[in-house]
Design a protein around this ligand. Sequence first.
Ligand SMILES: NC(=O)c1ccc[n+]([C@@H]2O[C@H](COP(=O)([O-])OP(=O)(O)OC[C@H]3O[C@@H](n4cnc5c(N)ncnc54)[C@H](O)[C@@H]3O)[C@@H](O)[C@H]2O)c1
Ligand SMILES: [Zn+2]
Length: 343
Amino acid sequence: MESIIFSSSIKIDLRGFLSRQKYSRLGLIMDSNTFRDCYPLILDGLPDHDYYVFEAGEVNKNLTTCTKIWQWMTDLGLDRKALIINLGGGVTGDMGGFCASTYKRGISFINVPTTLLSQVDASVGGKLGIDFNGYKNHIGVFTEPLAVLISEEFLKTLPIEELRSGYAEVIKHGLIQHANYYSSLLIRGWENQDWKSIIEKSVSIKKEVVSKDPKEAGLRKILNFGHTIGHAFESFYLDTDRHLLHGEAIAIGMITEAYLSELKTGLSKDDVKLISDALIQIYGKFDFPEKDVKEIISLCSQDKKNEADRINFSLLSAIGKCEYNIPVALEEIAASITFYKSL
Ligand SMILES: NC(=O)c1ccc[n+]([C@@H]2O[C@H](COP(=O)([O-])OP(=O)(O)OC[C@H]3O[C@@H](n4cnc5c(N)ncnc54)[C@H](O)[C@@H]3O)[C@@H](O)[C@H]2O)c1
Ligand SMILES: [Zn+2]
């Protein structure tokens, strides 16, 4: 598994890490925002390097940008001993890692995640890739970075709605695996969390799950809690002015899937209420017209997690316990969305 370094001074720890590596040349990949806000935090003392900056945004996590990155690597004459640092959120890590792990059959890379989402989620598990013709993460590989250096210093410049979006994954980690962690999150307002300890705890939960099932044959599916319906909402509103951030969509997914958990895996009614109250308090309630529902439901079945014509869900049997491969009928999904609307 990748080695994860929790850093309280990214500049010093990155410099120290690099001084212990042997590489022919160093290249940084960043997006336009992390170039502006994060690069200055590591620049001082960084060894000789080149960099490539792409325009920020999920829309650019595609083959066109990869082609430019591979061309940049080629123009620099990077050989197989070169080292890449991906400095940015999940888009940069997924795409920069994908480009590195395919260039000349793979060169080493380090991820320095700069969003809460990429620190607690994308930093673990070795999934890399890009979107393709409208399909999310459609082309990709499993490759571990040489190391992941995580520092909360980057969160200072992260827009608050991006921080809140990443926090949905933190809540998910508590709900699927750790009841005490979940209740500890509710003690203070979400903006006032101790991010350092949250990142460490969430990473350890994800790491534990992934280490037991690296290729998602079984247990790892519990990380999809909230994501089957959440992704459907995310996709449906993607190119609209109602656009939802990933975590905002997953919050809707966790509420509707908590409802399904009561139906299918015995989550108590009280817990469904506790979960939905907490999530609505943080994310508010998303308002959408009834006419959208049919297509949202049909998007659930296009999720790549399904086998044959059943829609498999990962659902809670209690707070802190999650089961996977639970088949759910379309009418039940419809009922869960009606439940959300009724809140
Ligand atoms: N590989 C995995 O296991 C995994 C897991 C979860 C998500 N993902 C992928 O991650 C992506 C989403 O990640 P994300 O939310 O980090 O998106 P992102 O990389 O697009 O970052 C979100 C926004 O924040 C900006 N930003 C990043 N760090 C900043 C900082 N410190 N200060 C100011 N601005 C900053 C970015 O430029 C961008 O505009 C998706 O493509 C998703 O598929 C991958
Ligand atoms: Zn997610």
